[in-house]
Design a protein around this ligand. Structure first.
Ligand code: HEC
Length: 447
């Protein structure tokens, strides 16, 4: 995305480090939320279809309950699903400034797909709520046949809107997350930079195995979030029949357990697939912390199955959430390690840029004599009047045909006229002094 890259300035190494932390923070918001949205939509669609096919009310209720619970509300969708991703793109743009790599373009594609999918998923969510309203109207048994017909039509329209928006939202989110994972993976594999191709990247083993790991983590966290929402949050849901509660508990434990059993394998596979320069003690440290937390989650889940209780619902959710955070930290550290060279380049660019601003860098040679003069001399000098120093029209003529002397003076001023204070040494390079001298000799007015 050249457009975004052109907005970015090179950064100092301190700033780059800060950006890495900021990125982690933003991903802490985005990844858990979008994982739960993805897992929740998948499960809701699955149970809705199963409920319709088998004409089972428990499945249908579950489909509606989980999407309502997990999507929370529209503003949360924007705050956690869209804003952090946009921020992440801007941070990546700074970190990968001037690097020839398509990470930013891929993230931008993923960003637009995410917006579309979030809109569709929230449409699905609200259309399921509408369904309840229509159902309750039916219960009141209107006597007006015309109204009845009207309601039937709306109901049908709503139903098809609901299944279509849910399905498309799910597909878009799936693709968007796949591209997202591909983009952040690419950021760590610096040796691939410059000759990447989106399709071969998407189907490369390193992206696929990370994506599978992501999906497994997403379902584990979603299962945990369902347990959390039904049985822990605000003391658990009230007014639920025991049958339904039992069903929810069993099914979410099963989902959470199955999905988290997959994780260690992929965690290790992905860890060992990382390029050497991405590895460090803390990358291993956080991987093992994630593994430890996973085993803790198994322990709680096992206790819940064994005792047929929903007691550890809160624990399971928090432990899985922290697992995900540990994995995000691990990935970001790995990226930081892998892109050290890029950071050094950026820091070097930053130093050069700063030097140009100060007028001491090599880049300054490219400036014309007049430009350097404007920055370095014009505060004290003008051609036709006295400021701090004498007017050039008075003092430069004596240097006509003696440019070397003028250059020597500019580089190393000596006391000349007792009527003026001494001129401070401007500390110019020979080429710069030469350019200014040429400019002065060309521009003073001969009397
Ligand atoms: C902080 C103020 C200040 C700045 C900045 C400054 N000058 Fe001066 N300049 C002076 C003063 C004061 C004198 C008079 C010194 C004297 O006569 O001893 C002077 C004298 C000169 C003279 C006359 C020397 C002579 O032989 O009489 C030239 C030429 C000159 N400056 C060029 C420059 C150029 C080119 C720059 C920018 C690189 C510059 N000055 C920046 C204050 C300044």
């Amino acid at each position: 995305m050249e457009f975004i890259d052109s907005l970015v300035l090179p950064q100092s190494s301190e700033h780059i480090e800060l950006l890495h932390y900021m990125l982690m923070l933003v991903l802490f918001l985005f990844i858990p939320f979008i994982s739960i949205i993805f897992g929740g939509t998948t499960l809701s669609l699955y149970f809705r279809k199963k409920g319709i096919d088998e004409n089972n009310h428990i499945y249908l209720k579950f489909a509606k309950d989980i999407i309502e619970m997990l999507t929370i509300n529209k503003s949360i969708g924007i705050i956690l699903g869209i804003v952090p991703l946009l921020t992440a793109i801007l941070v990546y743009a700074q970190l990968l400034h001037t690097a020839k790599v398509s990470v930013i373009s891929y993230l931008t594609i993923s960003f637009f797909l995410t917006i579309i999918s979030i809109i569709l998923i929230y449409t699905y969510r609200y259309s399921l709520s509408f369904k309840n309203i229509f159902d309750s109207i039916k219960d009141q048994d209107s006597n007006d046949p015309e109204l009845k017909e009207e309601i039937k039509k709306f109901k049908k329209g709503n139903q098809s809107l609901s299944s279509k928006s849910g399905m498309y939202g799910h597909i878009f989110l799936f693709i968007s997350l796949w591209i997202f994972i591909a983009a952040v993976t690419l950021a760590t594999y610096t040796s691939d930079w410059g000759n990447e191709n989106l399709f071969s990247l998407l189907f490369s083993w390193k992206v696929l195995s990370r994506f599978i790991h992501f999906i497994a983590a997403a379902f584990a966290l979603t299962g945990g979030a369902i347990l959390f929402g039904f049985f822990y949050w605000e003391g658990g849901r009230k007014n639920l029949s025991d049958d339904y509660k039992d069903f929810v508990r069993r099914i979410s434990i099963r989902i959470t357990l199955t999905a988290s059993l997959f994780q260690p394998l992929f965690l290790l596979l992905n860890l060992f697939a990382l390029p050497n320069e991405a590895l460090s003690a803390s990358v291993f440290g956080y991987s093992f912390l994630a593994l430890f937390l996973l085993f803790l989650a198994y322990h709680y889940l096992y206790a819940m199955i064994k005792q047929s209780t929903s007691r550890f619902s809160g624990h399971v959710f928090y432990v899985l959430l922290f697992t995900l955070l540990a994995l995000i930290i691990k990935d970001q550290l790995a990226m930081g390690n892998a892109t050290v060279k890029q950071s050094v380049i950026l820091n070097a660019q930053f130093v050069k840029y700063l030097a140009e601003l100060k007028g001491t860098g090599e880049g300054a040679e490219k400036l014309s004599g007049e430009e350097i003069y404007q920055v370095r001399c014009s505060s004290c000098h003008a051609f036709d009047r006295r400021i701090v120093g004498p007017p050039h029209n008075e003092v430069v003529p004596k240097y006509e045909g003696k440019k070397e002397q003028l250059v020597a003076f500019i580089r190393n001023p000596i006391k000349v006229n007792p009527a003026y204070p001494p001129m401070p040494n401007p500390g110019l390079k020979p080429a710069e002094a030469d350019a200014i001298a040429t400019y002065l000799l060309d521009h003073f007015k001969k009397k």
